[in-house]
Design a protein around this ligand. Structure first.
Ligand code: SF4
Length: 412
């Protein structure tokens, strides 16, 4: 059986090509439990696969809506299609594998389609290394002879255009093979050096794309990122060994920064921000599994309010609260006004009635709205006033660890 976790997987190509040393640095690290977002992505991919194969499937409404964008596009594309197809990559030792979401063959034209369920980071189709790897993998099977290759990324939840495509000629596609092979040679040289206890022959290369999903960044073990953080702090940290000693460091005022230093800080800021957010996400995952992080606790996120009911009915109810003094149309313009605006309108109207009317308005609004949150726990400092929650206690009797790991699901 081919190795599921290829060192040079297409899904991490943007990392190992830009920073070949990351492969050696990540090798000894324990596998990180999949985040909630990763688990959602896996479920969405399964839903899409079932839908395309005409099988029964289910999922939350929002997920089905997003997946449907991909379903419609792929079905309309036609041609001879394959779903979740395992491919042997033609680079490296020939034992590297990847699984492409969808391929569609038309005479002389190969389509490679990758569905992205994530809403945070928009993925682009042009020079998309993951898609290029898949296309090379398909061509290596030599079943079809295509001249044109189109790589399509379908990512419905970012707010950007949900479908992006990039079409190239087969010659251009093949020109990427030496690029991948060169990166693998460098990565293997780094692995060999580390095994011998030597310095890596190729420097680590921090960058927004490659560090984003790097295991060394996620676990805070990359020395290059640490150096960047210290450079950004612009402080003499020799001899500093603990967090408490780091706290008194004063970062320079932006107004005191020379322009060249400012340019340096701006260049590394996205990398560090991503790293901080990765560390935070990882800490939340650990805390959800019962670990304690000093000085931090988990709380329920602030609940957001949303309207509860149909727009026209709600507008009527809001007008009725004022006995018709504020007409229904004031609440329902081209759509229902926001909860904040509706509350402000009612309070202005009810001001002469004093505290009693104010309370009545609050109660009435409670009936017309729902409070909901994302359901994801938030990590905050212990000083936060909200009570802490502990999943390990709240879900007593349920194997939380297996839920969070996704290990309770044999298909994961
Ligand atoms: S965190 Fe960035 S610089 Fe460090 S090994 Fe990973 S990709 Fe390279």
């Amino acid at each position: 059986m081919a190795n599921e976790h290829s060192l040079y997987a297409p899904s991490s190509a943007s990392r190992w090509t830009a920073c070949p040393g990351s492969v050696a640095l990540s090798m000894g690290l324990p596998p990180r439990p999949p985040s909630i977002y990763a688990q959602e992505g896996t479920q969405a991919h399964r839903v899409l696969e079932h839908a395309l194969k005409g099988e029964l499937y289910t999922g939350p409404d929002e997920m089905l809506e997003a997946v449907n964008v991909a379903y419609e596009y792929i079905k309309n594309l036609g041609g001879s299609q394959s779903y979740e197809r395992r491919l042997r990559m033609p680079y490296g030792d020939g034992e590297q594998w990847g699984t492409v979401d969808t391929t569609a063959h038309k005479p002389g034209h190969l389509h490679v389609i990758d569905y992205k369920h994530g809403a945070g980071v928009p993925v682009h189709a042009i020079e998309n290394l993951q898609g290029i790897c898949y296309a090379l993998g398909v061509l290596a099977e030599r079943v079809f002879v295509e001249e044109k290759i189109t790589i399509t990324i379908i990512q419905p939840r970012t707010g950007e255009h949900p479908i992006k495509s990039w079409t190239i000629h087969i010659d251009e596609l093949l020109s990427y093979l030496p690029f991948f092979n060169d990166a693998i040679v460098k990565a293997e040289e780094c692995i060999a050096a580390v095994a011998l206890g030597l310095e890596m022959p190729h420097p680590l290369n921090p960058g927004k794309e490659q560090c984003r999903w790097c295991p060394a960044a996620e676990t805070g073990t990359c020395p290059a990122l640490r150096d960047l953080a210290l450079t950004a702090a612009q402080a003499d940290l020799s001899g500093v060994v603990t967090i408490d000693e780091l706290r008194p460091i004063h970062l320079p005022e932006p107004t005191d920064l020379p322009v060249d230093k400012m340019a340096e800080v701006l260049a590394i800021a996205p990398i560090l921000n991503q790293w901080f957010s990765d560390v935070e996400n990882y800490a939340v995952t650990l805390m959800r599994k019962g670990s304690e992080i000093p000085g931090q606790k988990l709380v329920q996120p602030m609940a957001k309010r949303r309207w509860h009911g149909k727009d026209d009915l709600l507008a009527t109810r809001l007008s009725e609260i004022t006995g018709g003094a504020i007409p229904r149309d004031t609440f329902l313009r081209w759509s229902l006004v926001s909860i904040t605006d509706a509350t402000a309108l009612l309070r202005r109207w009810g001001k002469p009635g004093g505290e009693e009317t104010r309370t009545a308005i609050t109660e009435a609004m409670a009936f017309l709205t729902l409070r909901s949150s994302t359901g994801l726990l938030q990590m905050v400092p212990l000083s936060d006033a909200r009570p802490s929650v502990s999943p390990a206690v709240d879900f007593k009797g349920v194997d939380v660890t297996s839920i969070l790991d996704g290990s309770g699901d044999s298909n994961a």
